[in-house]
Design a protein around this ligand. Structure first.
Ligand SMILES: Nc1ncnc2c1ncn2[C@@H]1O[C@H](COP(=O)(O)OP(=O)(O)OP(=O)(O)O)[C@@H](O)[C@H]1O
Ligand SMILES: [Mg+2]
Length: 1025
């Protein structure tokens, strides 16, 4: 009878990572019994709760014990450590295996969420797999004698749909094949299955597998977080008396990071569907969804197990003959909210899946008899096909496969376990000797220790620097053979003279020591950081005499990259991290810094791949300051972009971070084919290195429009700055107010108060005169430029005509504008905003920017109409922005009005206060001039607008009306200085209140502007695609 169980799901919340701590992250997860709640950081009232079989809090309440293990701080701590996780989950898997059920344990979650930590562990904190293997052998030793136990171990990796045997030193091109067997289901053909009879053997095998994984990851230049690792333990119990065999297959799966397509970077790219890297994970999601639907009674015709390697291998685990557990590993940080929510939803679907596990028990001899009988049947069918002459090639092939498979099966059963074990033991002894030898060498020689992005793969490889000279490089003739991107046949030479080690790079090879590229012989010190080629990182461990007790874990991958960035002049300080109140750097700047550090090696790798594949592209990381596009000049945010340049044609592209990451995976795929010696020619359309030539945004200038509000001419000569703050060119631009017939205004036409313009018509001309010293053209004289700007409520930007091949292009373009009935908002815009003038770079083959005025309201004389009453709506529609945008815009206008009024009140109060203080001083010094005292000029504020809508401001305004009389009262009593003082103090308080209110209003306004700019950009991007 099958046991019908749902997949068991457990959630585990890890501690904050360093990055999350640096960024001042908040914890958005709470765990209560077996329910897990997640709170939306943008909407704290919005909490979603999920209930799973188990939920583990490993986020806080722990300390490190003397063995380096994380343990609970005491009885009041809810911390769940590795042992607790094993006891619930690992022990459950073992129990199932003892009963003869197949069992599967899957770890799912985003990159860095703690999957490998739970499955494999870290240092002394061993994870479920090692503990489980140890417990299995402990239990075997305690069993009775009339049973035989057979344990085999295999370890594989699936990367980009290729299966790599992690226990085999020889790599099969294209990976191992997954085949199907009518009894066994899908299996990996040729996968090494090593018989083991002790935990020590398994420990060594895992070490060996991790080494192979690390070597593959560095030489193939792929990140391990994109690959799945599957450890399979076949556990057989042969009951000698009853001649019965119980067998269980235990699959332990550490899945690839589950980043959704969005954040893994494929959005908005021409080649977004191209990569296979995540295919297995996507298909796993499809299988889980289909099974979950089936479990709730929906009709599902097909479960797509066959669509990927991983789903084939997990067929029995999901919906089949297996007891299955999934660990959903999650980060507690607010910055991971979306990913964590997605993981929890995934887990929720998974828990619905129903499995039908059976005890795999069969009489040993019977199994062999059955296989033989079936083989006979197959043989006669095969003969029939050939004799009748109707042999269909495909069917014959299939039957032959089945036959071979059955033969293989029969043989496996018949070859005695003991002889297999003996063979494995010999191999194991050889390896053990090698490991012992390695340990001895570690005690004698200095060596290089590999540092990998994945902490699991760091410190796994050791390369010893023996006495004398040792060459290092890709060629097998070197004393130290290192494969990796950008590593040459001969990269460098290490010299070890009496324990003094130095490195000498070979010509043109990249060797970086402690972040600094070296070209000559350089002495090494214990714990120096060495990068060879584009990104192979090693920690130098000096000879034993030099070694200290320092914690090596400090020198992780991020340490190497930060050091590299710092040596390059890039640091958090340089990014302009303004310390906030608690003295910590601004979290958003820190996030940009971390992005930079993460992308730095990827960019170096992309450049190297481009070189080897002869694509002639150079990739460079840049930090873009978004403030340059904010019309108020506020420092909004920074983001990372990648500048791509063709080394020969000098064409330039600008890629977003997301686009670069997507392309990088596609480049890796192509590069892999190249390494395998395959043809790497791809059509332009699917080439990850190719993109159509585009117009490049070079820089912008802010032209403040305030003078227009006073009908004053503005003649500007200003720098166009790029996003790094460097000058790209100088632009000469005039903004000239004029009459409706085009006559430029003279000084007499100026207005004293902009409010005079309210309701009137205003005409003006924007005259772009010239650009001077355009850097874009200094770099390549065949290029061209266009200038664009967007004024107030225009639905589109106005572009000048292109000018090519001129470093100081004369533009001489005049555009007339007219606002028929000047509105308050328009006046506000003129007074507080700048016109953002953008410089665009044209390059050969790109499409020039459309300089027509299509979409704008233009009079028959060619004057563009702005500030027309219906324009607010038109503005929204033209942007195709959601309703929310217009609401935000209205809110902003209202806030602007409120702020303006508050400013006026504040100004008046300030004057009033100064006046009062002066009076007080005069009294104090005996110069009492009561009779001449007059209230200041702006004593009473004219309320041209109704009082502010907020209650607080209403109150303030009501107070104001009684000031005059109160003040007069105070002055009447000449000697009552006290009263006047009191009055002044009250006024000061009031002023402070106003100030605060004004501040908060401005702050609110700033946020709204930031939001609007963001929305605008989103909708522009949206309308472009
Ligand atoms: N429960 C935990 N307690 C302490 N540290 C943890 C815990 N879970 C994860 N970590 C730490 O967080 C980091 C990332 O964890 P891990 O390598 O397991 O992530 P992962 O999910 O396997 O990521 P990837 O998908 O990239 O392989 C590691 O340094 C690990 O030691
Ligand atoms: Mg991992």
């Amino acid at each position: 009878m099958p046991s019908i169980d749902s997949v068991k799901v457990a959630v585990r919340v890890r501690p904050f990572s360093q990055r999350e701590k640096d960024a001042g992250s908040q914890c958005v997860i709470s765990v209560n019994a077996n329910s897990t709640s997640i709170c939306d950081p943008k909407n704290p009232g919005h909490v979603k709760t999920f209930t799973f079989d188990l939920a583990y809090w490993s986020h806080s309440g722990f300390l490190k014990d003397e063995d380096g293990r994380l343990v609970s701080t005491g009885s009041d701590s809810r911390y769940a450590g590795q042992r607790e996780i094993f006891c619930d989950l690992g022990q459950g898997v073992l129990d199932s295996a003892w009963q003869g059920y197949n069992a599967t344990l899957l770890a799912y979650g985003q990159t860095g969420s703690g999957k490998s930590y739970s499955m494999i562990g870290c240092g002394a904190d061993r994870g479920i797999i090692p503990i489980m293997c140890e417990e299995l052998f402990k239990a075997i030793q305690n069993q009775e004698q009339n049973k035989q136990y057979q344990v085999t171990f295999s370890m594989l990796e699936i990367y980009n749909e290729q299966v790599i045997d992690l226990l085999s030193k020889t790599k099969k091109r294209g990976g191992l094949k997954v085949r199907e067997d009518h009894q066994q289901g899908f299996y990996v053909d040729g996968l090494k299955q090593v018989p083991c009879d002790s935990y020590a053997q398994i420990e060594r095998l895992m070490e060996q597998g991790t080494k192979i994984r690390t070597t593959a990851s560095t030489s193939m230049n792929v990140t391990s977080s994109r690959s799945h690792m599957v450890i399979t333990i076949q556990f057989k119990q042969i009951f000698l008396d009853e001649e019965i065999t119980k067998q269980s297959v235990i699959n332990l799966v550490d899945l690839a990071g589950s980043e959704r397509q969005k954040s893994s970077g494929s959005e908005g790219d021409r080649l977004r569907e191209g990569t296979h890297v995540n295919l297995s994970l996507t298909m796993l999601g499809n299988v889980i969804s289909a099974l979950a639907e089936m479990a709730v009674g929906k009709k599902v015709l097909h479960i797509p197990y066959r669509d990927s390697v991983l789903t084939k291998l997990l067929q029995s685990a999901l919906g089949g003959n297996s007891k299955t557990i999934m660990i959903a590993a999650i980060s507690p940080a607010d910055m991971c909210y979306e990913e964590t929510l997605s993981t929890l939803r995934y887990a929720e679907r998974t828990k619905k899946i129903k499995n039908k596990a059976v005890i795999n028990a069969s009489p040993t001899e019977k199994l062999i008899r059955e296989l033989k009988a079936e083989n006979n049947k197959l043989l006669s069918r095969l003969a029939g096909l050939t004799n009748s002459g109707k042999a269909v090639a495909a069917e014959t092939k299939e039957l032959q496969c089945l036959l071979a498979e059955n033969e293989r099966h029969t043989q496996t059963i018949q070859v005695t376990w003991e002889s297999q074990l003996e063979e494995a033991r010999k191999e194991w002894e050889q390896q053990y000797a090698a490991i012992t030898q390695e340990r001895r060498m570690m005690e004698t020689f200095p060596y290089l220790l590999n540092i990998n992005e994945d902490p699991q793969l760091s410190g796994v490889l050791k390369h010893f620097i023996q006495d004398g000279a040792s060459d290092v490089g890709q060629s097998t003739s070197n004393a130290i053979v290192l494969k990796g991107l950008g590593i040459m046949d001969k990269q460098a030479t290490f010299t070890n003279t009496d324990g003094k080690v130095a490195i000498t790079p070979w010509d043109k090879s990249t060797v970086i020591v402690n972040g600094v590229p070296v070209t000559v012989k350089t002495k090494l010190q214990h714990l120096d950081r060495i990068i060879l080629g584009s990104n192979s990182a090693y920690l130098y461990i000096g000879p034993p005499a030099e070694r200290t007790n320092e914690d090596l874990l400090r020198y992780d991958y991020d340490f190497f990259q930060s050091e590299l960035a710092a040596a390059d002049g890039f640091s958090v300080d340089k990014l302009g991290a303004v310390s906030n109140k608690d003295g910590k750097p601004d979290p958003s700047v820190l996030a940009v810094f971390h992005d930079y550090i993460k992308l730095m090696p990827l960019v170096a790798e992309a450049s190297q791949m481009s070189e080897e594949l002869k694509k002639d592209l150079k990739f460079e990381l840049k930090v873009k300051n978004l403030a340059s596009s904010d019309s108020r000049g506020y420092d909004l945010q920074k983001e990372i972009i990648v500048k791509v340049m063709h080394k020969i044609t000098k064409q330039v592209w600008v890629w977003s971070k997301a686009k670069f990451i997507n392309r990088k995976f596609l480049m890796e795929e192509l590069y892999q084919h190249f390494l395998d010696g395959e043809d790497v020619h791809v059509e332009q359309d699917s080439d990850p290195f190719w993109d159509p030539v585009e117009v490049i945004h070079l820089g912008s200038a802010h032209i403040w429009l305030q003078s227009l509000a006073y009908c004053m001419k503005l003649e500007e000569q200003t720098e166009l700055l790029n996003f790094e703050g460097q000058e790209e060119a100088i632009v000469l631009i005039n903004v000239v107010p004029c009459s409706s017939d085009g006559r430029a205004f003279e000084e007499d036409d100026m207005v004293i108060d902009p409010l005079e313009l309210l309701g009137r018509q205003i005409d003006f001309q924007i005259h772009i005169v010239q650009c001077l010293g355009v850097r874009w053209l200094r770099d390549d004289p065949d290029r061209g430029i266009q200038i664009g700007y967007r004024f107030y409520d225009l639905p589109r930007s106005v572009y000048t005509k292109p000018v090519w091949k001129n470093v100081n292009p004369k533009i001489e373009e005049r555009t007339r504008f007219s606002a028929f009935t000047v509105s308050h908002d328009f006046l506000n815009y003129l007074q507080k905003n700048a016109l953002i003038v953008d410089l665009w770079g044209l390059q050969e083959g790109c499409t020039e920017l459309d300089c027509s005025l299509q979409g704008c309201s233009v009079t028959s004389e060619g004057t563009i109409i702005v500030d027309s009453p219906k324009d607010l709506n038109a503005y929204d529609v033209s942007l195709d922005a959601p309703n929310q945008m217009s609401k935000l815009y209205m809110k902003l206008l209202k806030l602007e009005q409120e702020t303006e009024l508050l400013r006026d009140i504040n100004r008046a109060l300030r004057e009033e206060n100064i006046f009062l203080k002066e009076q007080l001083k005069k009294w104090d010094t005996g110069h009492h001039e009561n009779k001449n005292m007059k209230p200041p000029h702006k004593w009473t504020i004219k309320m041209t607008k109704p009082p502010l809508s907020s209650e607080g401001t209403d109150q303030l305004c009501r107070h104001r009306t009684s000031y005059d009389s109160e003040f007069a009262k105070a002055l009447k009593v000449e000697d009552n200085l006290q009263m006047l003082r009191l009055f002044t103090e009250r006024q000061s308080c009031m002023l402070k209140d106003f100030g605060e209110q004004l501040e908060s209003s401005i702050c609110k306004l700033k946020n709204d502007v930031a939001l609007i700019v963001k929305k605008k950009r989103e909708s522009i991007a949206y309308s472009k695609h």
